[in-house]
Design a protein around this ligand. Structure first.
Ligand code: FMN
Length: 175
């Protein structure tokens, strides 16, 4: 079955997962910026990866706005974030981005990415500086928030190839 991995990545963490997945599955690898829906329609299995931005999955509208056209396709979504892969976070992200009906049309995975302030563009630098101050001003910080603060001065990279195992098994079961 023709398989494609499409990704949107700002600082490279989602890109790294997308590359690993496409290598393992021998699938085409395309940046979101280079495609449109007619390109996606040429594939049977569509894997989309985008990073988490305040619970939203970046670039996900290419899938969400075309779910009708993609009805007969196998859709797999993965997102990367700085947060630990807790079940509560994964459900929150899934439920904030997709309705219950939409979730039935896809498989969803969360992989821990990382955080590198210096690689962000200006808008994201501003947003993340606001978040930094919001966390700094909190009297009681969670361990995640403390980790996040530390990451502003020292980039963190939690990407691990083994994280994609479940996604690979699922896609292989379709072929
Ligand atoms: C503006 C902004 C908002 C973010 N919001 C979240 C978030 O809500 N949850 C999370 O886990 N990570 C969040 N992150 C961290 C990114 O999702 C994380 O660094 C991701 O791995 C980046 O992937 P990329 O380099 O492929 O873009 C945010 C980052 C930015 C810049």
């Amino acid at each position: 079955m023709k398989t494609v991995v499409v990704y949107k990545s700002i600082s490279g963490f989602t890109k790294k997962y997308a590359e690993w997945i496409s290598e393992e599955l021998r699938a085409d690898l395309l940046r979101l910026e280079k495609i449109n829906i007619s390109i996606l329609l040429k594939y049977d299995i569509i894997i989309y990866g985008g990073s988490l931005h305040a619970v939203g999955i970046s670039g996900i509208n290419i899938i969400k706005n075309n779910l009708d056209k993609l009805r007969d396709k196998n859709i797999i979504i993965f997102t990367t974030g700085a947060s630990l892969p807790k079940e509560s976070i994964v459900s929150e992200v899934k439920d904030s981005n997709f309705s219950v009906e939409e979730q039935k049309q896809m498989q969803f995975y969360y992989f821990r990415g990382g955080f590198d302030f210096n690689k962000l563009n200006l808008i994201n630098k501003i947003l993340m500086t606001l978040l930094k101050w919001k966390i700094k001003l909190k009297r009681h910080k969670t361990p995640d928030e403390k980790g996040m603060l530390a990451a502003y001065s020292k980039p963190m990279d939690f990407t691990k190839k083994k994280n994609i195992g479940g996604l690979l098994d699922y896609v292989r079961s379709l072929r």
